[in-house]
Design a protein around this ligand. Structure first.
Ligand SMILES: NC(=O)c1ccc[n+]([C@@H]2O[C@H](COP(=O)([O-])OP(=O)(O)OC[C@H]3O[C@@H](n4cnc5c(N)ncnc54)[C@H](OP(=O)(O)O)[C@@H]3O)[C@@H](O)[C@H]2O)c1
Length: 168
C-alpha cells in the first residue's frame, strides 16, 4: 500500500487529494507551515508535518521524507501570487527543485508535480507576475525531467470548487 507525502499539504488541491486518498485507505502525510492548519489536516485524515520550503534544504527535507516512510511525493505547493515574483521563484521554483532532490536522496522514486496549463487565461492580459509564474512552472517541469525520478506533470487550467463533471 502506498504512502503519499504532499508538499503544500494545506492547499486547496491538497485538501481534496487528502480526502480522496483517505477514503481509499491510503496513508497521507501533509506538509504545512501554519500551526492553525494542523488540526484540520488531521480531521481530513492526514498526518501533518511542519516544514517551510523556503527554510528547507534537500537534506533537511530528505530527513522528513524518510521519517514519513512515503513512497510517492505530490508537489502541490505554490506561492499563489502572494509575495510577488520572488515568492513564486522560491516556492514554485526552488521549492520544487529542493523537493525533487530530497525525494531522490530519500530513495523515493515517484513524484507528481501539480504544474499549470500554459495556455490558461491567454485571452486576458494577466501581467508580468503571471508570465513569471508560467515560466517558473515550465522550468520546474524541465528540472524534474532531468532527475532520476519517475515523474508525472499535471497541468490544470483554472480550478473551481464545483462538483467534478468528468468531462474533458
Ligand atoms: N488553483 C488553481 O486554479 C490552479 C490552477 C493551475 C495550477 N495550480 C497549481 O496547483 C498547485 C496547488 O494549487 P492550490 O490552488 O491548491 O494552491 P493553494 O491553495 O494556494 O495552496 C498552496 C500550498 O502551498 C503552500 N505553501 C506556500 N508557500 C509555502 C512554503 N514556503 N513552504 C511550504 N508550503 C508552502 C501553502 O501553504 P500556506 O497555506 O501556509 O500558504 C499551501 O498549502 C500550485 O502549484 C498552483 O500553482 C493551481
Amino acid at each position: 500500500m502506498s504512502h503519499v507525502f504532499i508538499v503544500g499539504g494545506s492547499g486547496q488541491v491538497a485538501r481534496k487529494v487528502i480526502q480522496k486518498l483517505h477514503q481509499r485507505n491510503v496513508a497521507v502525510t501533509a506538509m504545512y507551515r501554519d500551526t492553525s492548519q494542523k488540526a484540520e489536516l488531521e480531521e481530513l485524515g492526514a498526518r501533518p508535518v511542519f516544514a517551510d520550503l523556503t527554510k528547507s534544504s534537500p537534506d533537511s527535507l530528505k530527513d522528513i521524507l524518510k521519517i514519513s516512510q512515503a513512497d510517492i511525493v505530490v508537489f502541490a505547493a505554490g506561492a499563489g501570487g502572494k509575495g510577488g515574483q520572488e515568492a513564486t521563484n522560491l516556492v514554485d521554483g526552488n521549492g520544487l527543485e529542493i523537493t525533487a532532490l530530497a525525494a531522490e536522496k530519500a530513495g523515493i522514486r515517484k513524484l507528481i508535480l501539480v504544474s499549470a496549463f500554459p495556455e490558461a487565461g491567454r485571452t486576458k492580459d494577466l501581467g508580468d507576475n503571471f508570465e513569471n509564474y508560467m515560466q517558473v512552472k515550465k522550468k520546474s517541469e524541465y528540472f524534474l525531467t532531468k532527475t532520476q525520478l519517475d515523474w508525472i506533470v499535471l497541468r490544470p487550467g483554472t480550478l473551481v470548487n464545483d462538483i467534478g463533471t468528468v468531462a474533458v
